[in-house]
Design a protein around this ligand. Sequence first.
Ligand code: F6P
Length: 362
Amino acid sequence: MFNKKICILTSGGDCSGLNAVIRAAFIKATSLGYEVLGSKRGVQGLGEESGEIVVLDDSVCDESMLTRSGSVLLGNTRRIKNREGELCSKEEEADLFAKAYKKFGLSGVVFIGGDGSIEAIGNIMKFHKDACLNIAIVPKTIDNDVSFTDIAIGFSTVIEVVSESIENIRTTAMSHERVMVVEVMGRDAGFIALHSGIASGADVIIIPEFKCDDEKLLAKIKASYKRKGYCIVVVAEAAEIGDFKHGEVEIDKVTRIKYLGIGDHVVSFIQNGGFDSRLVRLGHIQRGGKTSVADRIIGSGFGIEAVSAIHKNSGVVMMAYSGGKIVSIPAEKIIGSITRNIGKDDIHLKIATELGIYVGET
Ligand code: F6P
């Protein structure tokens, strides 16, 4: 019989490596004598009516989890709905979280989430300052836009998946002497485009951080085309070129706004410039694939250290991978400044530029 419990949840969009974190947290927590609960469907699992809390055991947390993308704790909403199915206010959400924490007698929560989810923890702290909660945040997102950590879980796999896709696109680009435009995810940050563009030998990488000049884009395409007879352009979903601004679509109040249109615009622009061009919008294929070794190893490390932080009664902290080490950062430092972008001094930007890739007006 256990007298202490922890709960694990995954919040926000899925990615690779989540299951590696869950498995490692399970192994560490059971070795310290905790019963391990899982909240299904993210924080929604802690909600009163729709909530679903499961007990995790060896049959769920086995080795096959290491390579499997997605989350065994299922589709991950950042928000809690009330009994009537309406979205709770931020304050109600914080109350439900604190109430569930108490009701299940938790010693802590391993909260695996991205920037949006981490901001939600800021609300819990705001409304329940004196609640003495232990929440160990594990940063995850294919977008890699979480501050204070060199890498978020999911990023290493996504750039493998995208780079491999671009390699497949290269042969058709060569055969048909075309300019292939590959639109990738990343929200407001260009990490996926920049890293996978370098890794797959792109000629142009268009990212939200740096304005892309129409004329320089065409000049670069012309030069690459002349040299080898085809061209690869990687464009991030929230990038903008010339006067074109991507469209934004709101699906519902829970889902974040979608960015649309940049890939099509870039293709028309290139076609008007006299080149045969096609768009490949990689979409959600980017969130699957076999989990990379780095996501498995760092994910396992994050899971272990998150449970250790809870065991030490550390309060609300975020795990970070920094300078080759896993460190724990107090929430006060991260809340409110959790999102990051590619800066002018980013080493990968320098690598791309030195390779002759056009990355916009840096
Ligand atoms: O934040 C991760 C991410 O995959 C973004 O790169 C992308 O814009 C968004 O989520 C897609 O969200 P959804 O799965 O709701 O379409």
